[in-house]
Design a binder for this molecule. Structure first.
Ligand code: C2E
Ligand code: MG
Ligand code: MG
Length: 752
């Protein structure tokens, strides 16, 4: 079917080209009728194959065309066979009946295309039709109506142009519609246009305006047949009645031009009549001008309404965009940039007018767990519920914002008293502690929140600083046990300041080589020989003497700084053991070096690489390096197991430090992925009844799982014997040796 319309059009073109050569009379009329019949057939075939959404429109057009062909047949019969020319004949009635059907088909398509809604386009079509109607009346119908001798002559003299106007109206309606403009659309519009023009020329010829001795006008009608049939065969016809995506037709330049010309038609026609005719058609002018004027006013009204409507749409879109830019899409709360803007503005107002601005920083406590356990949809639900609960808890006019993740803020302006802010903080902690129901898994979870409060009197702080203060207070609430609130105060400010200063000092210390290691030997219980050393970090901080790890490791652990420190310790300790071994292979060849690894470093991706680097740089055999990690950092069994396995694959050994301070049960020893454990000093020195049995049990269980046991912090002779009795492998403590600088263990080289 894709090419059928082309072939049809081509064949019709060939017939048209030779048509005037065909002898007049029966041969020519036969060709003429044949083209008409093929048009009807083409429409029927087109409908069958292309399956348009509105087949009715095409059935109407096929019926119209069929009436036309019937009219032609009757006319030819009178002319060629009966040799009479009655007027009006059956042919005239058939022709007249064809137009409403053709117009109806076109209108049906146009109606479907505009979805019956585009009133403006209909008014445009009416204006153009009116102008053409006036011309048609003045030029064709009027004179006939006035001069016709019989009633029938007068009737048909008016009816023919009138039916053409009906067709024209349908055509302009179709042309002014928006929608798919395929080749089929253009063929169809062309067909209707050619038909109207041919009819009008015929009427003009009949009125004596010109002569058509060759019957060239027939070519017009034949073209209309051919174009109509091709339009139906073209595959694009199935989409002709599709309603457009765009809402309504707008003023295109072409449309404006058409309307401008149409509006000028009545005065122009009238002027021409005044100049050329004795009987100017005044009434036609009056009627058409009046109607047209009304239509133009109506069209203006519609255009204004359209402009207003698009303005409303535009401002709504602009408002939506502004809202999106300032709000978080998940919770519809104000987003971070906007919160900072509002906070800044509130602080400015407070600066001018005085007053208290409060800022609450809300950090959910257990959000990550919900997200990890139940998935992101559950996490999103928790965030939305949190937002809703916060909305209910605050005063109208207070701003709630989501900074991202599970962090929220509330900005309070013109707060009467500090206690109001504190009360709200308390209220938020309470409402956010309520369990949240997760519909997706039909469970309840308790998330809870830590809230930090920061206050600014008379706008004496800037937004970023206030946010930072509230954040710090929330962090303190978290450290102090979560599910509570803290107020930012001078002490906290000082603490933060000190912390920042300490961090900088550690970095400088690393850069300037202020760190050093002390080594504490570990002894074999049975032989009393040193079997290993533990590297313990010291900081020779200028002005502070030698600083112990407890005074700076916890802070370093809050950032990646601790990984930098750990990296340095690994390099230094492994190199030290290699140096000792080179100097005295006999004493040091079989001993190991233990290095403490912080929790943060353990879960950092760099650890495996750092250990590898240290081993490569020093050339130490991996099995001589022991990594100590405290029991408490291994709480997340699954994640820890993965890390420990990766390290053990390098060949290094793992020892669980401070064993007995955490919650590892004896049964869990099996699955620890460790090579040894260090019993904590608290257990070694404990004199509570049963503690010796506990140590004995621990050693026993550890041995059963193939772990080596070291007891640390042995200070007194009295502690040594029970450990030996319990079967402990090694001991470490002040009783035997204190941690000392490397030189203290330097092999004494005898001079000479
Ligand atoms: P730890 O790994 O359990 O180290 C043993 C601590 O006990 C050391 O304290 C050591 O000096 C001390 N000690 C040893 N024998 C005795 C004793 O008989 N009595 C008493 N009262 N204490 C004894 P230190 O060097 O102050 O280290 C404290 C903690 O700091 C270490 O505990 C370790 O957790 C951490 N640490 C030390 N160096 C490093 C390091 O390089 N990296 C990391 N991440 N942490 C380190
Ligand atoms: Mg240790
Ligand atoms: Mg320890």
């Amino acid at each position: 079917m894709t090419r059928a319309w082309r072939r049809y059009l081509l064949a019709s073109g060939v017939v048209l080209a030779g048509f005037l050569l065909v002898p007049n009379g029966v041969p020519r009329d036969t060709v003429y009728l044949a083209v008409g019949v093929t048009c009807v057939v083409a429409i029927l075939v087109g409908v069958r194959h292309n399956r348009p959404a509105t087949p009715w429109a095409w059935w109407l057009m096929a019926a119209g065309m069929a009436l036309w062909v019937a009219g032609d047949a009757v006319y030819s019969w009178y002319e060629d066979i009966a040799h009479v020319a009655p007027f009006p004949s059956a042919a005239d009635y058939l022709y007249l009946a064809a137009y409403p059907l053709l117009g109806g088909g076109l209108s049906r398509l146009a109606w479907q295309r505009r979805h019956g809604r585009d009133l403006a386009a209909s008014v445009d079509a009416a204006i153009v039709t009116l102008a053409c109607g006036l011309v048609s009346w003045v030029v064709l119908a009027g004179p006939v109506a006035r001069s016709g001798t019989t009633g029938a002559e007068r009737f048909f003299g008016v009816a023919y142009p009138a039916t053409d106007i009906v067709l024209l109206a349908a055509l302009t309606w179709l042309l002014t519609s928006v929608g798919h403009r395929s080749t089929s659309f253009r063929l169809l519009a062309g067909a209707a246009g050619v038909l109207v023009v041919s009819d009008s020329l015929f009427l003009l010829a009949q009125a004596g305006a010109f002569a058509d001795p060759l019957g060239a006008l027939d070519l017009g009608w034949l073209s209309a047949y051919a174009l109509w049939g091709a339009a139906a065969l073209h595959p694009g016809m199935s989409r002709l009645s599709e309603a457009p995506d765009v809402a309504a037709s707008s003023f295109t330049r072409r449309r404006l031009l058409a309307l401008g010309v149409a509006v000028l038609v009545p005065p122009a026609t009238h002027a021409v009549q005044l100049l050329t005719s004795d009987t100017p058609d005044g009434w036609a002018f009056v009627v058409v001008s009046t109607v047209m004027f009304t239509l133009v006013v109506l069209r203006m009204g519609l255009a204004i309404r359209e402009v207003r409507r698009s303005e409303t749409v535009r401002s709504r879109l602009a408002a939506d965009l502004a809202h999106q830019a300032a709000h978080d899409s998940l919770t519809s709360l104000t987003n971070r940039p906007r919160v900072l803007e509002l906070l800044e503005a509130a602080l400015h107002r407070a600066q001018r007018n005085g007053g208290l601005v409060g800022l609450l920083f809300i950090d959910l406590d257990d959000f990550k767990r919900v997200n990890d356990t139940y998935g992101h949809a559950a996490g999103d639900h928790v965030l939305r519920v949190t937002a809703a609960r916060m909305r209910e808890a605050v005063r109208a006019g207070d701003t709630i914002g989501r900074l991202g993740g599970d962090e929220f803020v509330v900005v309070l302006e013109q707060v009467p008293a500090e206690t109001d802010v504190v009360q709200l903080a308390d209220r938020l902690v309470t409402v956010l502690r309520q369990p949240v129901r997760l519909p997706s898994v039909a469970r309840e979870v308790s998330v809870g929140a830590s809230v930090g409060v920061a206050l600014s009197r008379d706008g004496g702080t800037d937004a970023i600083v206030l946010l930072h203060d509230a954040d710090a207070a929330a962090y303190r609430a978290k450290r102090a046990g979560r599910g509570r609130f803290e107020i930012f105060d001078e002490a906290l400010r000082r603490e933060m300041h000190d912390r920042a200063a300490l961090e900088t000092a550690i970095e400088t210390g690393l850069d300037e080589g202020q760190f050093l290691l002390h080594y504490q030997p570990v002894f074999d219980v049975a032989t009393g020989a040193a079997t290993g050393y533990e590297a313990l970090l010291r900081w020779a901080r200028p002005g502070h003497g030698i600083v112990a790890p407890a005074d700076f490791i916890p802070l370093a652990e809050q950032s990646a700084l601790v990984c930098r420190l750990g990296r340095w310790v690994l390099l230094e300790a492994t190199q030290q053991l290699v140096a000792w071994t080179t100097q005295d292979p006999e004493a040091f060849g079989g001993v190991s070096m233990a290095v403490n690894v912080s929790g943060r470093h353990l879960y950092d991706d760099s650890l495996v690489r750092d250990v590898t680097d240290a081993l490569l740089a020093s050339g130490l055999a991996p099995e001589r390096l022991v990594l100590e990690m405290t029991e408490t950092i291994l709480v997340d069994g699954h994640a820890a197991a993965g890390r420990l396995q990766a390290l053990r694959r390098l060949g290094v050994r793992i020892s669980i430090d401070d064993f007995g301070t955490g919650y590892t049960s004896i049964g869990q020893l099996q699955s620890l992925h460790a090579d040894g454990l260090k019993i904590d000093r608290s257990l070694v020195e404990s004199t509570t009844p049963g503690s010796r049995e506990l140590v004995r049990l621990l050693v026993h269980a550890a041995h059963a799982f193939g772990l080596e046991v070291v007891a640390e912090g042995v200070e007194h002779e009295s502690q040594l014997e029970p450990l030996r009795a319990a079967g402990c492998d090694r001991v470490q403590g002040f009783l035997l040796a204190r941690p000392q600088p490397a030189q203290a263990f330097q092999p004494r080289t005898t001079p000479g």
